[in-house]
Design a binder for this molecule. Sequence first.
Ligand code: NAD
Length: 457
Amino acid sequence: MANQYRVQNPVNNEVVETFDYATDQEIKDILDRSEAAFKTWRHTSYEERAAIVSKAAQLLKERSEELGKIMAQEMGKSVPEGAWEADFSGDIMQFYADHAAEHSADQKVDVPGGKAVVRRLPLGTLLGIMPWNFPVYQVARFAGPNLMNGNCIILKHAEITPKSAAAFEEILKEAGLPDGVFINVYATHDQIADIIADPRVQGVSLTGSERAGAKIAETAGRNLKKVVLELGGTDPYVILDSADIKTAAQDAWAKRVQNAGQVCTSNKRIIVMDDIYDEFVDEMVKIAESFKKGDPSNPGENEYYPMSSRQAAELIDDQVKRAVAKGANLRTGGVLEDNSAYYSPAVLTDLPVGSDEYYEEFFGPVAEIYKVSSEEEAVELANNSYQGLGGAVFSEDTERAIKVADQIDTGMIHVNLGQYFSAVLPFGGVKRSGFGRELSVFALDEFVNKQYLYVND
Ligand code: NAD
């Protein structure tokens, strides 16, 4: 069951529906269909592509509630959170429909003796390997720019979100996307390796864990295929000072428990200056204890929802237990319910810096809080990570926060805000958080042939 494509409700761990793996013959057919579709799709105009992608954007928005319900049952996200995600995914698709043509227009380059132009040409079939935590948004981030680029896409979604994958494919079909341009496949990991090796596949983009990223990059490397990797993070969230510790704690908490803590850019290490540390921790504990278990399909106020799967909940439980064995202090929460994926949100302090657990990504609702006594120490701790995805720095004195933010080695950094959600800024990380960028116009440049054409006078 562990790797089967299925809907398994994390509320009670019951399997609702299962899906068969594609046969090897089906994989062959999919690659043929994709190749055939590319022959036409690569020559469609930006206007034609934009009309389809824009229609898909509209459908994502219209069906946001329906998509939210699918996500709630598949991976435990509350329906409003899922509906927000689908709506935002519509914005992302629309952004590419609106901006790809201008960004990707031919660029003249002045050269002596002739005329030169650099153009961005589609590459062919791309493989997108996606995680379950944002089952619609992750697909939109990859599909939006690459459909507009004229590439074809094969989607391999997470084993626990097969219906979100099918719904996305259906929306594109209804929007008018020609057959074969976007194909969802329930492939095994071995079949994925075969797809990457197929000469018609020109690139692969994976969002997921470091383990999967390394594996896919290895297969892609062996086959000399371009890869984009969006991997994990242990993002620092530095609070230098605060005139309102209660609100600071509420904001930090809201970010840490969003999507049951299963967000790559969640504030996984909350770093707080010593003079406000005790009060901040007390507030976090108070908030954590005010949260009650809720039903993601029928949500209320101040509730926590299950993690994406029993397996994910067992993993976080094990991480917290190991952290405690290393000397960390579990201030509250951290209770794994029997026979479900509910794990009560936890506050963890005093995890020894430098321990194995310190370097792990806690992909669940666990607020790890660290105490520092200077800006230098805050920066040192913030950068003491193998990853470098996002982060944030807070101070009443914006200049002070910017000074600290300037020294943090991540792909994304914020001042006085947890995270800015928008299609216009590039998303991605440094170090073991991966390479390449999604979102913004930068994503349009990942999988194109920047070909120059030189015409001699
Ligand atoms: P995961 O790596 O287990 O799975 C991601 C996808 O990769 C799934 O579709 C899975 O089936 C596939 N996969 C895994 N191993 C594979 C293999 N050997 N061959 C083919 N496919 C394979 O990750 P997850 O647990 O679903 O997601 C959580 C991780 O994703 C966290 O580390 C999180 O930080 C990261 N993440 C990163 C971003 C980002 O944008 N940087 C966004 C969301 C999640």
